[in-house]
Design a protein around this ligand. Structure first.
Ligand code: ZN
Length: 485
């Protein structure tokens, strides 16, 4: 039994009562066990707090089940965010969710409402298409700035978990706007989550280096800044960007960082950074892009222009590193090994050929496609860093997958204090791992193969995964909503 809250790693029983951890110790047998209580023998397995994913665009039952099989008990949409959050929470509540969920306020959707006149409907897939709209990517007038800042402020009052800033999708906007939204968050005492704009190594004309901007903002404003997927925005410059973050932390800045263990990303093909003329700054060509829904590889520049204009929201895989190249694989490992670095998946919805993105069926209906990180980020990180590299102890793995991400969220609502650890009174969000078997199985071709060796997953004391597979009809997931102090 591993508790990153106290640093304990021991052989023990865990008693769960009413969805909470009631006792931990050796021999919690007859006396402590109420009549009718279930006893699950997990001898030889590792019991720890469920993984808290700070970066999941999965807001569906199908996607959440893949994440549950990967050990995740709370999946939060924080980088892109949604708008209005009131509607996002209501929809998820109505449909039911296997694991816990929560949303930040979407800077991109608030900006798109004001600059492009497109009303947001708390829909991630629709939001991807809007990102390609050039009007959205321009600078705001003072009136427009006031309008979208006001919109974000009211979202925080409605329970948004901080503010998600897709700066990299509007990469030329005035840096004063980035400061303004971070000022608002710092004043409200909530974190921001940034997909940073271009780094100077790949684009010398960027208004400011993306990672430097996030680090300096955290330092100057004293707010809490979270740097999303440092692996994908840094690519072959990871040592420099991690150095920038480290320096800011040493200077007292509250900046946290996450990574996922894959050499390819995934986003809407209309994204500003995937324009044919922008690809070379990443060292990429159109053939490094693969459409998720069909598996079709982009052939050339003309093909890329055609898909961008006809279907700008189409998700595509972006091969930014070559995982089979040892030097590139080492870059990914360094981004995961960074001290206090958090594992987060950037999971996306599963898409079926008929255009649907969800299903209550399990196993999932055939033909569904996603990025393999949706299914395998956590089991893969653990396989690589614990078992193969020996870089993390099991305690360290749970610290990075469960404890640290929950602490990033502590300022948003007191509910997170009961997550990411197994102290008495903690939420019984629990993941049970077979240390010999745990591994990812999803690939770019077969992306919805669930991880294996995650034998049990409980959310608020209810089994979501039992004996290695999904418990159908288990929907214990709860919405986590911000509470402004
Ligand atoms: Zn991103």
């Amino acid at each position: 039994m591993i508790d990153p809250g106290t640093g304990s790693d021991q052989i023990a029983d865990v008693l769960i009562v009413d969805g909470k951890v009631a006792a931990v110790g050796v021999g919690l047998e007859a006396d402590d066990r109420a009549e009718g209580a279930q006893l699950v023998d997990v001898t030889g397995k590792i019991v720890g707090p469920g993984f808290v994913d700070l970066h999941s665009h999965v807001n569906t039952i199908a996607g959440q089940r893949l994440q549950a099989r990967d050990g995740v008990t709370t999946a939060l949409e924080l980088e892109a965010g949604l708008l209005p959050v009131e509607l996002a929470y209501a929809n998820a509540q109505k449909e039911g969710r296997p694991i816990n969920f929560g949303f930040s306020a979407s800077w991109a959707m608030a900006r798109a409402e004001v600059l492009s006149g497109v009303p947001a409907e708390a829909d991630f897939v629709a939001g991807l298409a809007i990102l390609a709209d050039p009007a959205w990517q321009g600078d705001s007038s003072p009136t427009q700035l006031r309008a979208w800042l006001g919109r974000l402020e009211s979202e925080l009052e409605d329970g948004a978990l901080g503010i998600g800033i897709l700066q990299g999708y509007a990469p030329r906007t005035d840096p004063r706007e980035y400061r303004a939204v971070n000022e608002l968050a710092a004043r409200a005492g909530v974190p921001t989550f940034t997909h940073v704009r271009e780094i100077t190594e790949s684009d010398s004309t960027t208004p400011i280096d993306g990672t430097e901007e996030a680090a300096r903002t955290a330092m100057d404003l004293g707010g809490q800044v979270h740097h999303c997927h440092v692996n994908s925005t840094s690519r072959r410059h990871i040592d420099r960007t991690l150095g920038t973050i480290e320096k800011a932390r040493q200077g007292g800045a509250s900046i946290t960082v996450e990574a996922y263990p894959y050499g390819a990303g995934c986003t809407g093909i209309g994204a500003a950074f995937l324009a044919p003329e922008r690809l070379p700054v990443w060292g990429l060509s159109p053939t490094n892009l693969v459409l998720v829904a069909t598996g079709e590889r982009i052939r050339d520049e003309a093909h890329l222009r055609h898909v961008r204009s006809t279907d700008p929201g189409a998700s595509c895989i972006v091969e930014f590193l070559d995982e089979s190249n040892p030097a590139d694989a080492a870059l990914l490992q360094r981004s995961l090994a960074f001290p206090d670095g958090i594992v987060a998946s950037d999971a996306g919805p599963v898409e079926w050929p008929d255009g649907s993105i969800d299903s209550r069926e399990w196993p999932l209906p055939a033909g569904g496609m996603t990025h393999p990180r949706t299914s395998g980020t956590y089991a893969r990180s653990i396989r690589m860093m614990v078992r193969e590299q020996g870089a993390w102890s099991w305690l360290e793995a749970f610290r990075r997958c469960s404890y640290l991400p929950a602490r990033v969220m502590d300022s948003t609502t007191p509910a997170f204090a009961a997550k990411g650890h197994l102290g008495i009174g903690a939420d019984a969000d629990i993941t049970v791992i077979d240390p010999e078997r745990v591994t990812d199985q999803a690939t770019y071709i077969d992306s919805t193969r669930p991880s294996i060796g995650i034998d049990y997953v409980l959310v608020s004391g209810e089994f979501v995964v039992r004996e290695g597979d999904i418990v159908i009809d288990a929907y214990p997931g709860r919405g986590l909503r911000g509470q402004l102090r």
